[in-house]
Design a protein around this ligand. Structure first.
Ligand SMILES: NC(=O)c1ccc[n+]([C@@H]2O[C@H](COP(=O)([O-])OP(=O)(O)OC[C@H]3O[C@@H](n4cnc5c(N)ncnc54)[C@H](OP(=O)(O)O)[C@@H]3O)[C@@H](O)[C@H]2O)c1
Length: 434
């Protein structure tokens, strides 16, 4: 085979970044491979409006993805459409037509990656998805190859750049959530409908994929407790700092004696932990192995070029395998459930907690709250209150000694009925030193 031919479907952010890299870096890519990797066809909904880099040479342009997945000359189909409808059809049809597939689609891979892999194995084709999690960080290769010999005990991540941008901006400038969100939307860091990012849904798909790779279990998004960042305000950073902590949307998969606890939620983490220094739209993944201990990976979580690098690198690996006749037909979702990593409800985890209240000031508030905690055998650790003039909307914080999440939830539910509260208490776990 003289060259390996590629068809790209989806010419938006990632598609244009991928084409730009293949055009600008094509010579070096071919030298590294020892053969030619050539884009022969491209497709998007409005292909006529797209600028295709001249350096790619003559390219078939179409608006019909079916033309690409059935094209006899194409060896690899790149799916960069996103979502789970058309994208699933593209990937399934490509595999059925014995094409290998490279995708950046976290949603599709989190929801049906295992089934797609089974189909790809049966069809003796390859499926690559490095770009689907943490765009510019080659974390799949790390988990599948680099540290696959270790027994992973925990994986922590900051996997959503939009939430991290919002939280770190709020932290730096003390600006309210809504203002920072509007600014992020103006700058193109957050979408018009930001819920996927700020409600933790995007991060949940990514954690589902990474924990499946790390623990060799079948993990689906529904196994992951998910809570977004809408309720976090500058006041929470003020209190968190007083406690020597900061707040991040933390993706966590932890092995405990009872099973695997999976969550995406805002949590207090110590300011001395390396994850606390992950600022703006950057992503990071921290893996703890039983044998090799800690490793840390950091980089751009998204963007046309960093994500494009992941797509092009996948293309190079798959192209090598096609050329040398050794497709890597082992599903990364290689889960015959190992049992020890069985997901368990987050309600069973034991943690210290941060409870933030907004109250109409009056006598007896602390004793009413302390009474509820005592009745649930929860030990109060400290009460913090920064000076405030506004007695009609007074924020303060109670921290709790380690206790089960179940007990905290019950206490919060009971507290929510108290008439001096302006809103239900905000409960965040305080992570022990990571
Ligand atoms: N953006 C990032 O930084 C990033 C990072 C990591 C992973 N990802 C993932 O990468 C994938 C693509 O994201 P993106 O940001 O590049 O999305 P995008 O900018 O919205 O691009 C999507 C592309 O798909 C095309 N498309 C939509 N429906 C189509 C159809 N029926 N047939 C053919 N083409 C169709 C669109 O065509 P038109 O442009 O012609 O309308 C567009 O070019 C998603 O799975 C996303 O989760 C993105």
């Amino acid at each position: 085979m003289e060259q390996v031919n590629v068809g790209i479907i989806g010419l938006g952010n990632v598609g244009s970044g991928t084409m730009a890299i293949l055009a600008e870096n094509g010579e070096q890519i071919d030298l590294k491979l020892g053969f030619r990797l050539r884009v022969k066809a491209v497709c998007s909904e409005h292909t006529e409006q797209k600028k295709i880099p001249e350096a790619l040479g003559p390219v078939l342009k179409t608006n019909d993805w079916r033309q690409l997945v059935s094209h006899p000359d194409l060896h690899i189909i790149v799916e960069l459409v996103g979502g789970t409808q058309v994208a699933a059809e593209i990937v399934n049809t490509a595999i059925a037509n014995k094409k290998s597939v490279v995708t950046a689609n976290k949603e599709l891979m989190a929801s049906s990656g295992a089934e797609l892999w089974d189909r790809a194995i049966a069809a003796r084709t390859n499926l690559a998805m490095e770009a689907s999690v943490a765009g510019g960080i080659p974390i799949h290769a790390v988990l599948r190859e680099g540290i696959s010999g270790d027994r992973i005990v925990a994986l922590y991540g900051i996997l959503n750049g939009t939430s991290n941008y919002i939280l770190t901006s709020m932290e730096k400038r003390g600006t309210p959530f809504e203002t920072v969100l509007a600014e992020a939307q103006r700058l193109g860091y957050a979408e018009a409908d930001p819920s996927n990012d700020i409600d933790g849904i995007d991060a949940r798909s990514k954690l589902a994929i990474l924990s499946a790779l790390a623990f060799g279990e079948k993990i689906t998004p529904s196994d992951i407790f998910t809570e977004g960042i809408r309720r976090i305000g500058p006041v929470d950073f003020e209190y968190a700092h007083r406690l020597g902590h900061t707040i991040r949307l933390l993706c966590a998969a932890r092995q405990t004696e009872d099973g695997l606890v999976l969550s995406v939620r805002p949590a207090l983490i110590s300011t001395s932990t390396i994850l606390a220094s992950v600022q703006g739209s950057y992503n990071a993944v921290w893996v703890k192995g039983h044998f090799g201990e800690d490793t840390f990976y950091y980089g751009r979580g998204a963007g046309p070029l960093p994500t494009g690098v992941a797509v092009v690198s996948d293309l190079m690996r798959v192209a090598r395998e096609i050329r040398d006749g050794s497709p890597e037909r082992v599903s990364p979702f290689a889960h015959k459930r190992l049992g020890i990593y069985k997901p368990i409800p987050v309600a069973r985890q034991k943690r210290a907690y941060y409870l933030r209240f907004r109250v109409m000031d009056r006598e007896g508030i602390i004793s009413a709250l302390a009474g509820i905690l005592a009745a649930k055998h929860i030990s109060l650790d400290a009460v913090l209150q920064v000076p405030s003039e506004n007695k009609r909307d007074l924020p303060f914080v109670i921290t709790l000694e380690p206790t089960t999440e179940q007990a905290v939830r019950q206490a919060v539910e009971e507290m929510s009925r108290l008439d001096f509260l302006l809103e239900p208490p905000l409960a965040l776990p305080i992570e022990p030193p990571l």
